[in-house]
Ligand binder design. Sequence first.
Ligand code: UD1
Length: 420
Amino acid sequence: MDKLIITGGTRLEGEIRISGAKNAALPILAAALLADEPVTVCNLPHLHDITTMIELFGCMGVELLIDEKMNVEVHASTIKHLTAPYELVKTMRASILVLGPLLARFGRAEVALPGGCAIGSRPVDLHIRGLEAMGADIVVEDGYIKASMKDRLKGARIFFDTVTVTGTENILMAAALADGESILENAAREPEVVDLAECLIRMGAKIEGHGTDTIRVQGVERLHGCSYSVLPDRIETGTYLIAAAATGGKIKVKDTRPDIIDSILIKLQEAGADVQWGDDWITLDMHGKRPKAISLKTAPYPAMPTDIQAQFTALNAVAEGTGKITETVFENRFMHVLEMKRMGAQMDIEGNTAISTGVTNLKAAPVMATDLRASASLVIAGLLAEGDTVVDRIYHIDRGYECIEEKLQLLGAKIRRVPS
Ligand code: UD1
C-alpha cells in the first residue's frame, strides 16, 4: 500500500486549480443511465471513485468513450446487465446511485447492499422506502437489493425523515422518468444535488425547487442526451484553504465556487484569515500568524459540511485557544483525533464533540488513514508537525483528492509518495 511522507514546517504559498466535485460527478454519471441518447460528462476529476463508477458501467455492458481530458460519453442504451456487484459496491457506497436510474429506465435493478463503513452504519433504508412509495417491489436477499416493477414508476410524495444526499439524488433520478408528479420533502439542499438537478433538466427533466427542501418533479417519458460540466469540488477547496490557514500561509485557489462554501469561509475568517474572493477564485492570507481555534457543528447544507470536520480539527490542533468541534451527521467520525493525539495534539472526545487546546507544534509520527476526509486531515497534521510524518493507507485519499501531492508541492509542501 502506498504511503505519503510529509516533512512539516513549511507555510503553504502559491496557486492551485480546483478539480470537479466527486460528489456531483458520481450522481451525474449515474443519471446518464436515464437517457436514451449519449450523455457527455465533463470536468470529471481523476479519482478512484470515478474509475470505480466507470468500472461498474463496464460490468453492466454500458459503452463509454473517454477522451484525453477525461470527458466521458455514456451510451446507456448499450446496457446488458442490471446488476451492481458486491466487489464494486464494497469499495464505493455511492454505487447505490445506480439503483434509481436502472429501475426507472429498465424496470429492474440488483445492487449489492453497502455494508457498514468506517464512519458509521450508513443505512440505505430511505432510498428503498422512497422507491417503494413509487410502486417498486423491493426485496433484500443474499446481500442484494433486488428491485423490480411492472410498469413505470409512479410519482409520489416522499418525505425523508433524515436529510440524505444520495437518498435525495436516487429518488430525484427515479422521479424524473416516473409517471406523474413527485414531491420530495425534507430533501437535501447540497450544491451537488442542485448540480444533478441542473444536469437532469438539461436532459429534458421537469424539476423545480432544487436547492430548497421541497423538490417538485413532473415525470417525463424519456430523457435525451446532453453535455454537462460538473461543478467544482467545495470540499477540496475547503481542504486546501484550511491547510494554508493552519500553516500560516497565503494561497489562491482557482476554478472554484466561493458562493457554495459560506460556512467554511466564515470559520476561516474567525480563525484569523484574510479571505477575499471573486466569481471563481478565493485567496487566503494569514499574514504569517498562528490560527485561532474555532468551534463548529456539522449539519446538512448550508451548514458546515461533515466532510470538512476532520480538516478543521487538524487546524485546531495547532491553533491558539480552545475549540469545540461537534459532529451531528455521522456517528464515529473522530478516528483522526486518536491519530492526531499520537502526534502530540491535546484533544479529547466527549460524546460527539472533540475539544482541543492548541499546541504550538505537533510531532511527526506514523499515522493511519481511516477514511477519505480523515486522511486529508492527517496530511494537514503532517504539514504542521516537526519531522517526517508517514501517512499509511492513503488509498482512501486517492478516492477523493486529485493529485494531492502534486497540488501540495505546487504550494511548497514537502510531500512525497512512497509506493509499497
Ligand atoms: C453523502 C456524501 C458524503 C457526505 C454525506 C453527508 C456522496 C457520494 N457522499 O453521503 O461525502 O459525507 O453525504 O453530507 O455524495 N441515512 C439514513 N438512511 C438512509 C440514508 C442516510 O439514516 O437511507 C443517514 C446516514 O446514516 C447519515 C445521514 O443520513 O447519518 C446522512 O447521510 P447521507 O446524506 O445519506 O450520506 P451519503 O449520501 O451516503
